[in-house]
Structures are given as C-alpha cells and as structure tokens.
Design a binder for this molecule. Structure first.
Ligand code: MV4
Length: 445
C-alpha cells in the first residue's frame, strides 16, 4: 500500500479537526480549505497548510469543485477527505477527483450514486436478502398504481421520493381518500426539490426505532461491521442524541442486522466506510437507507470498539487491507453523544453569534469534538453545531449520569444552546428506561 503524503480536507468545523487528528497520527500532512469568514477557524490553524477557496456562501466555497481542485493542485495533495455534508455524497465530485488523479476518501462513484437512488438501493437490498418493508417494486407510475399497491399492503403507507433521503420528500398517508392528492403533491415537491419526481411506496411503520450499523470495507473484498447505533432521539430528521449499543439489542439480533448490513455492502462491492440504516420494530428490522460517508455520530462507535474509524477510512482509500476481522471486534461499555447546537432549546431555531465565555468539560470517559473556542463567532452561513459531547462508561445508566454531570460542566455563554433540552431528557422516565422510538422527541414537548 502506498500511504498518502498529503490530504486536503474539504470541510470545516469539528469534522475537519477530526480528520486532521487522524492524519497527524498517521504521519500524513494536511491542507485545510476555508471560506473568507473562516480564516480564523481552528481547522485552518491545526492543518499544515491552508487555502482560501472563496466567499462565505457554501456554494461559492466548500461546494466549489473548481476551487477545491485548484487548492489540491497547488498544494500537491494526493487525496481529498470530504467529511460529512457538503460534497461527501456527491458522485460527480468523486468522478472529478478520479479524473484529476486525486484519491477521494470514500466509496466509488457507482456506490454513491446507487445509494442516492432510493428505489435502486431498495432493489439491491431485496436481491441481497436484506429485509425491506412491503412496498412497490420500483417506481410508482401514477395515483392509480399507488392506490392498487396501497390496497394490497394496507394503510398507513408512506410515499418516498427516489431522489430524497434523510427525511426529505416523504409523505405518510393514512387512508385511500387522501392518497391521490398526496401522490401528486409529493411528486411535485420532489420534482421541485431534486429535479426528479419518481416516487415509491412502503408500508408505514408507526413506532420504529432508528438503528444503524457501521460498516468498514477495504478494496480487497473484506467487509466487517462495528455494531449498531441507536439514533431514535431526533427532531425533524435532525439527530440530537445517539447511543451505542442500542439499549434493546441482543447478540442474536445484532448478528442478524450486522450480517444484513455486511451482505448489503458485499452485494455492491462496497469499499470505505458506510452506514446501513434500519427501522427496528420489535425484533424485526427493515432497510431504510445507506449513507456512503463518515457520520456525525461515528465517535460513539469508536468509544465502544476502540477503533479510529477515520484512520481505517484513510487506510482503505489508500488501498490498505482492513486491520481487523469480524471476530476481533469487541463492544465494550456504553457510549452516548449529545449534539450541542447553537439553537434555542425551546424551538430549535438557530442562535448564531459570539461565544462570550467558553469552558469545555473533561474528566474520565469524556470526549469533546468541537472546533469552537472562547470569543469564537458562530456564523449564520453554516450548520449550528457547536460541538459533540461523547461519554463512555460501563453501563447505559452510568453513561447517562456521566453525560449529565459533563453537561453541567460545559459553559457556553453568548449564544443559546441545546444543553437545556438534554437536561430535560435526562429526567424523562421513558428515556431513562430506553422506552423510545422515532416519535419520542415530538411527543416530549
Ligand atoms: C419510514 C418510516 C416508517 N415506515 N419508512 C425518515 C427518514 C428516511 N430515512 C426514512 N424515514 C422514515 N421512513 C417506513 N416505511 C419512518 C421514517 C421516519 C424516521 C426514520 C428514522 C428516524 C426518524 C424518523 C422520523 C420520521 C419518520
């Protein structure tokens, strides 16, 4: 394997820092890119070199492919790490990297494109023997066909945009009367949002958990999983808290879900890291989506496995073999991540501005992945994540207690944060007894 000499990090904030940290430990030089307004950002200070790639607006900077490729060229970077968001799941960007002779740290364009097409992804899962909810075989042509399928599988059903994902372009339909209208409006909305109006139908699962499996794959056909993450604590498709392992997991269910996720990756000759998302309903699980990037919540899996996911991602992209076999993977203890956003905890509206006082928490089993500092200005152009607080302890209860005291230590003045939401969550009986599903937060307030 020829390890990279220099990696350009095509991102900002905590994930840019996270990637730079793994590069440093691997002895790889780093290039930070930044917009005009990010000149003083920590990722710029921590990288070996930096390049300004344009104005504040993401489309002119972090999404500007021409600027990024020029930055890679002038700094002689041999690889690009896209992080999450921005260009991480853009198959065309991966192809530009391929054509410029720059390694993209992620799966092949074909894998990215396939998983971006939810109808094709579902078809591949069916072929690979991965469970899916009853639904349409491929796209639904019109309202009449929708009605026929809905009658067969039974209400409630959910209409989903093939080009959607992450909660965009979906509509739940509870009865035959509202199906026609729902079909036409969802089709029109998908056309407007994605330039693609193709829809499919599934039986709607009423109170599922969101449980996802972390995959590691190399370019030599080896695929393993690192267990699951429970991600049901979310609001409007924004995750707020994630934990690993899933509190209702059993070794038998983990094996079934893990095997399914590995089968999914093997079916498409997947390489690099990925996450297979499932709906879990009792002890039945169903494929939802596959994410072809490193995820925000990857640290909780790192804490319980001891594996640096970003390092493995880099080694895989350089052509190295996985350094672990499935039987080497041992899950130890319980990890929880809280996403601390600069948002009003009452309504989750953004609260950008200057942090007038900042003190990060610490102590045994505490990790803070953040790129802010005292007097830092949280900008309105980008997402409102201040930092991720991750704790690790032996049991779920101890992890919750540790998170509770850790958030008491976290001092952030000048902007509103979501910390009060978590304090409330940790006094909720249903959360404490792990009686949660994807509707939990909406029910809470
Ligand atoms: C579903 C579902 C219930 N039944 N599909 C939301 C995001 C996208 N990945 C798919 N989503 C859902 N698909 C069927 N057949 C419920 C959701 C869903 C959801 C899933 C995970 C986490 C939070 C959610 C909130 C609302 C709906």
């Amino acid at each position: 394997m020829q390890m990279f000499n220099k990696i350009l990090v095509a991102n900002r904030g905590e994930i840019a820092l996270r990637i730079i940290r793994s590069c440093k430990e691997l002895g790889i030089k780093t290039v930070a890119v930044h917009s005009d307004v990010d000149a003083e950002a920590l990722h710029v200070k921590l990288a070996d070199e930096s390049v300004c790639i344009g104005p504040a607006s993401p489309k002119d900077s972090y999404l500007n492919v021409t600027s990024l490729m020029s930055a890679a060229e002038v700094t002689d970077a041999d690889a690009i790490h896209p992080g999450y968001g921005f260009l991480a799941e853009n198959a065309a960007f991966r192809e530009v990297c391929d054509n410029c002779g720059i390694k993209f740290i992620g799966p092949r364009a074909e894998n990215i494109r396939l998983m971006g097409n939810k109808i094709k992804a579902r078809e591949v899962m069916v072929k690979a023997g991965v469970p899916v909810l009853p639904g349409s075989d491929g796209a639904v042509k019109d309202e009449k066909e929708a009605a026929k399928i809905a009658k067969k599988i039974g209400f409630p059903v959910i209409l989903k945009a093939s080009a959607g994902g992450g909660g965009k372009g979906m509509k739940v339909v509870h009865n035959p009367t509202s199906l026609g209208n729902a079909f036409l409006t969802t089709q029109a909305e998908s056309m407007a949002a994605f330039g693609d109006g193709e829809l499919y139908i599934e039986k709607f699962c009423l109170k599922p958990r969101h449980v996802e499996i972390q995959i590691l794959a190399d370019m030599h056909g080896n695929v393993i999983h690192l267990g699951e993450r429970e991600c049901s604590i979310q609001r409007r498709h924004q995750k707020l808290l994630e934990e690993a392992p899933c509190p209702v997991m059993t070794p038998e269910l983990r094996k079934r879900m893990g095997d399914a996720a590995v089968a999914a990756a093997e079916a498409v000759n997947y390489s690099n890291v990925g996450t297979v998302e499932f709906l879990l309903d009792g002890d039945e699980f169903y494929f939802m989506e596959m994410n072809t990037r490193v995820q925000v919540e990857h640290p909780i899996t790192e804490m319980i496995t001891g594996i640096d996911i970003v390092k493995e991602q880099i080694i895989s992209a350089a052509g190295g073999k996985l350094r672990f076999k499935q039987e080497d993977i041992v899950l130890r203890g319980h990890a929880i991540e809280c996403r601390i956003n600069a948002e009003d905890p009452a309504n989750f509206l953004p609260s950008p501005g200057k942090i007038t006082y900042y003190h990060a928490p610490g102590g045994l089993g505490v990790r803070v992945d953040s790129a802010v500092y005292d007097q830092y200005v949280i900008l309105p152009y980008y997402d409102s994540l201040i930092g991720k607080v991750i704790v690790h302890a032996e049991t779920r209860q101890e992890a919750i207690e540790r998170m509770n005291r850790t958030l008491d230590e976290y001092i952030i003045e000048g902007v509103k944060t979501t910390i009060p939401f978590f304090k409330k969550l940790f006094s909720n009986r249903d959360f404490l007894s792990a009686n949660i599903d994807t509707n939990f937060v909406e029910r809470m307030s």
